[in-house]
Design a protein. Structure first.
Length: 364
């Protein structure tokens, strides 16, 4: 503990009393207030709530409390003149009395302490409470509220200390989700209690784990690459903070299976020799025969495929690109058909061959 010069303290006290005995200038100091933001349990209108705040001078200058202002005249400071100075590394207790007679429902009040406080000369105390009117029914609100608290382990878990000792609870900033009583209408009166959850963003402080191919995380944003496989995939990220953890799983479908279809080209080119003399001859023809593969509607390959040839008459011997026509021994013109059939598709092409009759007669 730092030793404080007695003469220095006396000078400070005289300055506080407005006496010109000392001209010592007092600089700014830092302070800390335990549970500066509080949530008190409900009061019945007219009840008095005694508030007590412990303030600590954490700096190296005496703290001089020059003024106290509250947001409501229902808050009365209970400080004596000698309690307005706190020496370095010392603590003091600031006491107030809150009279609830003129408040009904949820109220929040602020008490501002002014002095040589770093950095802006002021520290703020905040508290809220629900003030309920006297009940006209058999079980009063206090009884019902007590039953609600006994049923809710969550509310008890948020209480900083035993309820009979402090009478309030404070926000736990280490929680990723906080809860506090919130009051609703009950028989037309704002008294009832439910639980309100307030989220606190701890994503920047949380410890993250989880990875998978195709997934990348930056802060709370996950980028997913295109899935080139037909199989689906998942990635689970875990955020841990304050002894708790949360999980999120991102699912990505696989790409649809490729739709393969085929197209065919089977066309007849130039034909020659299809008008054959009676002594016979050769018919030639050119053919284009291709198979086209389409993947999801787009052409991906093209290849040549074969075909077969046949004739409907015996005097024509058909091949894939030519046909041989035998001599016509009759005195009548004749015709026949060559049929070309594409493999796989079964598409057909036809060529009609005409042959002249024999014009002379053999004499034996």
């Amino acid at each position: 503990m730092r030793k404080v010069n007695i003469i220095y303290v006396v000078c400070v006290l005289l300055c506080c009393l407005g006496l010109p005995a000392c001209k010592k200038n007092i600089g700014l100091t830092t302070v800390s207030v335990a549970d500066s933001v509080r949530h008190y349990y409900p009061l019945i209108a007219g009840q008095v709530l005694n508030l007590s705040y412990e303030i600590e001078n954490t700096g190296d200058q005496p703290l001089i409390i020059r003024d106290i202002q509250s947001s409501c005249g229902c808050i009365v400071p209970l400080l004596k003149q000698g309690e307005r100075m706190v020496l370095p590394e010392r603590k003091a207790r600031l006491r107030f009395r809150y009279e609830s007679a003129k408040n009904i429902g949820y109220v929040q009040h602020v008490i501002r302490i002014y002095g040589n406080i770093h950095p802006n000369g002021m520290v703020k105390l905040v508290f809220d409470v629900n003030v309920v009117p006297h009940a006209d029914y058999t079980r009063d609100y206090e009884e019902l509220y007590k039953e609600e608290v006994e049923r809710s382990a969550l509310v008890r878990g948020l209480v900083d200390g035993d309820e009979s000792e402090k009478g309030y609870y404070v926000d736990d900033v280490s929680r990723d989700t906080q809860s506090r009583p919130k009051y609703t209408k009950w028989n037309g009166i704002t008294t009832g209690t439910t639980t309100e959850y307030r989220s606190v963003d701890v994503s920047s402080s949380a410890s993250w784990s989880g990875s998978a191919s195709g997934f990348s995380r930056s802060g709370t944003t996950v980028t997913v690459a295109a899935n080139g496989s037909t199989s689906s995939r998942n990635c689970t990220y875990t955020a841990s903070y304050g002894g708790k953890s949360g999980h999120v799983t991102i699912h990505q479908d696989g790409k649809p299976a490729d739709v393969i279809t085929y197209g065919y080209i089977f066309t007849l080119g130039a034909v020659s020799g299809d008008d054959v003399v009676s002594t016979g001859g050769t018919v030639t023809y050119s053919v284009t025969s291709q198979k086209i593969t389409y993947t999801n509607g787009s052409e991906t390959s093209r290849s040549n495929i074969g075909w077969s040839a046949s004739a409907n008459v015996s005097w024509i011997s058909a091949g894939t690109n030519s046909a041989t026509v035998s001599e016509n021994p009759t005195t009548s013109d004749r015709s026949g058909t060559i049929t070309l059939t594409q493999n796989e598709s079964g598409r057909k092409l036809s060529i009609t061959v005409y042959q002249d009759r024999k014009v002379s007669v053999d004499i034996n």
